[in-house]
Design a protein around this ligand. Structure first.
Ligand code: ATP
Length: 362
């Protein structure tokens, strides 16, 4: 069964801990993206799964078997790197066939396998060309074809699309996802591009400073971020995180001082467990209702910068208390610089974070 499990794996380089107590399990047919800022430990985690790096602590289990002591070639995994190198003196077909070199296959069987993956990745037309005679997108697909030609137990991808231009990246995301969804293998993809993770992954593991902060479906990490870091990392434009004071909570309604304005809103029952105190309130830029006049439960902010985004406009506004607020309004609203916006947060899309930065949620 194609599965990948990492159990409390830690990697230390001397005194420095690059990955700490990472736990993750990937089922057959599931694509999990490791997502996080540069240096958070994504590649090190992938390299430990591949066997290119030894774990300092913890276990790597592939297909139910503990792999810690096994070298990469005995782990039955295929890896696609950011800097995939194709052999320039071999044709595309011969490049794809390379991993089959050690399998004792008849020429007929070998050609059959190469032709099958070439068909899946739309490379049939270029099989006889040399790597210098194909496009960047085709080179990328050749690297994927080379990974899947051998029918390995699972797949690891390290920033597979980062070398491609934006348009190609967009189309390749869909193509790789389609290919993977037909292979029923456990797959881990490392990326720092959240759009890539949100579109390709069944689940995303978000990392920071060597730790996995949250694992969830793209919808879960967006709609229910576990903490302030995930809330600010996922979603564009970035979620507003506004310091506030919780005054009271009664009958399901929280009273808060938000950016200098008193606001009452229906809140998660778990908020009742918070003592009246400083909290962090997270509101996405699209989760405000912009009112024409000052009204109850609205916050007020002056538009300072306007960024047209096509059908919508991103407005950067500042409250009297000095909080920066990003708000997305329909283009027809035609906000002007200097205008005061009266913003009513949607309670269903308002997140409370406690002093420890963790989401307060039932
Ligand atoms: P990026 O997106 O920039 O590739 P990453 O999340 O993949 O980053 P890693 O490459 O896993 O991060 O590195 C995690 C941390 O471990 C970094 O601070 C890096 O400098 C450090 N590191 C990685 N490899 C080594 C090594 N061989 N020796 C010492 N430190 C290392």
């Amino acid at each position: 069964m194609s599965t990948i499990e990492i159990k409390k794996i830690t990697k230390k380089f001397g005194e420095f801990t690059a990955v700490k107590d990472a736990d993750l399990s990937v089922k057959a047919g599931e694509v999990v993206c490791l997502l996080g800022p540069s240096g958070c430990g994504k590649t090190t985690t992938l390299r430990m799964i591949a066997g290119l790096e030894r774990t300092t602590e913890g276990d790597v289990v592939i297909a139910g078997k503990r792999m810690n002591e096994l070298p990469p070639e005995k782990r039955d995994i295929a890896m696609v790197f950011q800097f995939y190198a194709l052999y320039p003196a071999l044709s595309v077909g011969e490049n794809i066939a390379m991993p089959l070199h050690f399998e004792k296959l008849s020429t007929e069987e070998r050609n059959k396998r190469v032709n099958r993956v070439a068909k899946i990745l739309h490379l049939t037309e270029v099989l006889d060309r040399m790597p210098g005679q194909v496009s960047e997108g085709e080179k990328q697909r050749i690297a994927v074809a080379r990974a899947i030609v051998r029918d390995p137990n699972c797949f690891l991808f390290d920033e597979p699309l980062s070398r491609l231009d934006v348009e190609l990246r967009h189309s390749m995301r869909g193509q790789i996802k389609e290919v993977l969804s037909n292979l029923s293998k456990a797959t881990v993809i490392v990326t720092h591009d959240q759009l890539e993770a949100l579109t390709m992954a069944d689940r995303i593991a978000i990392m920071k400073d060597g730790m996995i902060e949250q694992v969830g479906t793209p919808h879960e990490v967006f709609a229910k971020p576990a903490n302030v870091f995930v809330a600010s990392f996922i979603g564009t434009p970035q979620m507003n995180l506004i310091e506030a004071e919780l005054k009271s909570f009664a009958k399901g309604v929280a009273s808060i001082a938000l950016a200098g304005s008193p606001v009452e809103m229906v809140a998660d029952p778990a908020v009742s467990k918070l003592k009246p105190s400083k909290v962090m309130i997270g509101i996405r830029p699209r989760a405000f209702n912009a009112q024409d006049k000052a009204a109850k439960d609205t916050i007020h902010a002056q538009a300072e910068l306007i960024e047209p985004m096509g059908a919508e406009t991103l407005v950067h506004a500042r409250t009297k208390a000095g909080a920066d607020i990003r708000v997305v309004v329909p283009r027809e609203k035609r906000v002007k610089i200097g205008e005061i916006l009266h913003l009513k947060p949607d309670p269903k899309q308002t997140h409370f974070f406690g002093e420890d930065g963790k989401a307060v949620r039932t």
